[in-house]
Design a protein around this ligand. Structure first.
Ligand code: HEM
Length: 363
C-alpha cells in the first residue's frame, strides 16, 4: 500500500474481503498458536475475537484490573531499580527479566512470577515460528505450552487475565489466545524501554512527564501518548498483512482474489511532509486513541485492531511512571539518541544502556 486512503479501505475491509489470516501468518503462528483469532477465518474468528475483547477490555480505555496491575508494576520496577542502582546502570537484560515477571503475573497470576521455563518454551517456539513454512512444527513442545497454559486457566487466580477466560467455550481455544498475549507483551516491553530512553533524551518530554508524575493524577495521559509516539517512530508490528478472499477494488487498482497486501507501517508513520516525522513529539497523541491518527497504525485499525490497544499504553505508562518517579536517567548507549536532531529509522532496544541515580527525597 502506498496511499493512506487504501490503508483505510484494507483495514476497514477486514475480515472480508481482506483477511488477516494470511498464508504467511498461518505458517508462522501455526508453530505455537494455530487457533489464534489472527489466523482464524469464518464464524470461529468471531468467537475467538470476542474472548480477546472481553478479557483485554478493548472497549474500555482503563482495564478494570488496573489497581492490581499497578501494584505488580510497582513491585517489579522497585526490585529492578534497587538492583540496578547498585551498579548505577540499567540495561535490556535486567529490564526484560523484570518485564517478563510483570507479564507472567498480569496474564497468569502471581504464582507464575518465576515460571521462567514457560517464557523460555515460548521463546523456543517463537524462534521456530520465525522460519514459518521452512521449519517443521515441534508438536510436542506446542502441546507442552498449551498444557502449561491450561494449568494456569484451571487455577484461575483472581486478578489475572487467565481467570477471565476460565469457562469459555472450547471453540474459543483460550490457551491459543493467551499464547498471543504472552508473545505480544514482549514488544510492549521493548516499547517501554525505548520510551524511557526517548523521554530522558528529550528535555520537553521529560519536563511534561515529570509534571504529570508529580501531579499524581489517576490517568497518565502524557505517558500513554509517549507509548504511542514510541510505536509511531519504532513500530513493533512494522508489517501488517492481509490477503484478499475475493477480488477487491482499491484506489490504486483492482486486486484479484488470494492477493497478498502489505501495509508497511514505517512508510506511513514517517511520510514526507509530515510535521516532526522524525522527532519524538508525544503531544500529537495526547487524549487520542491509537486508531485516531490513521494512517498511523501502531495497533492496526478496524475489526482486527489489536484488542490490547488500551491495555498496552496503560501498562507501559504505569511502568514509565514508576521508573521515572524514583530515579533520574541518562542514556549511555546508543550515543546518537541524545545528539541527533532527527531520530534514526530503528532503535535497537537490546543495546540501550542507561545510568540511573535515585532522586533525593524531599524532607
Ligand atoms: C507494543 C505492543 C503491541 C503492539 C504494537 C500490538 C500490535 C498489534 C497489531 C498491529 C495487531 C493487528 C495485526 C493485524 O491487523 O493484522 C495486533 C493484533 C493482536 N494483538 Fe496486539 N500488539 C501489542 C501487544 C499486545 C498484547 C500485550 C496483547 C494481549 C495481551 C495483544 C493481543 C493481540 C491479539 C489477540 C491480536 C489479534 C487480533 C485479531 O485477530 O482480531 N497485543 N496487535
Amino acid at each position: 500500500m502506498l496511499d493512506p486512503a487504501d490503508v483505510r479501505i484494507v483495514l476497514g475491509g477486514t475480515p472480508e474481503p481482506f483477511t488477516s489470516a494470511t498464508d504467511e501468518k498461518r505458517a508462522a503462528l501455526g508453530h505455537f498458536e494455530p487457533h489464534n483469532a489472527l489466523v482464524t477465518r469464518g464464524a470461529e474468528r468471531t468467537i475467538r475475537r470476542r474472548l480477546n475483547e472481553e478479557a483485554l477490555e478493548t472497549a474500555h480505555p482503563v482495564h478494570s484490573h488496573v489497581d492490581g496491575f499497578r501494584t505488580i508494576v510497582r513491585e517489579e520496577t522497585t526490585a529492578l531499580t534497587t538492583e540496578a542502582a547498585g551498579s548505577g546502570e540499567l540495561d535490556w537484560d535486567a529490564f526484560s527479566q523484570a518485564w517478563f515477571r510483570v507479564v507472567r503475573r498480569v496474564v497468569l497470576g502471581n504464582a507464575a512470577r518465576d515460571d521462567h521455563a514457560l517464557t523460555d518454551l515460548m521463546a523456543r517456539l517463537r524462534g521456530r515460528a520465525n522460519w514459518a513454512f521452512a521449519m517443521p512444527k515441534d508438536r510436542r513442545a506446542r502441546d507442552e505450552l498449551h498444557r502449561r497454559l491450561q494449568a494456569h486457566v484451571d487455577r484461575a487466580e483472581p486478578g489475572s487475565l487467565a481467570a477471565r477466560v476460565a469457562g469459555q467455550p472450547e471453540a474459543a481455544f483460550a490457551t491459543h489466545q493467551m499464547a498471543q498475549w504472552l508473545f505480544a507483551f514482549d514488544p510492549a516491553g521493548m516499547t517501554t524501554f525505548r520510551a524511557l530512553a526517548l523521554i530522558v533524551s528529550n528535555d520537553d518530554a521529560l519536563a511534561r512527564a515529570e509534571a504529570e508524575i508529580s501531579a499524581g493524577g489517576p490517568d497518565p495521559a502524557f505517558l500513554k501518548a509517549c507509548a504511542l509516539e514510541t510505536l509511531r517512530l519504532f513500530p513493533t508490528t512494522p508489517a501488517i498483512l492481509r490477503q484478499t478472499t475475493t477480488a477487491a477494488s482499491l484506489r490504486a487498482g483492482r486486486l484479484p482474489g488470494d492477493a497478498g497486501v502489505l501495509v508497511y507501517a514505517p512508510f506511513f508513520h514517517r511520510m514526507s511532509g509530515l510535521p516532526d516525522a522524525d522527532r519524538f513529539a508525544p503531544v500529537r497523541w495526547q487524549g487520542r486513541d491509537a486508531e485516531e491518527l490513521l494512517p498511523f497504525v501502531p495497533f492496526s485499525a478496524g475489526a482486527a485492531v489489536c484488542p490490547a490497544k488500551h491495555l498496552v499504553p496503560l501498562l507501559v505508562a504505569e511502568a514509565l511512571r514508576e521508573l521515572l518517579s524514583r530515579h533520574r536517567y541518562a542514556v549511555l548507549a546508543p550515543g546518537w539518541l541524545a545528539q541527533a536532531p532527527r531520530l534514526r529509522g530503528t532503535l535497537n532496544n537490546y543495546a540501550i544502556r542507561l545510568t540511573l541515580h535515585p532522586i533525593p527525597r524531599r524532607t
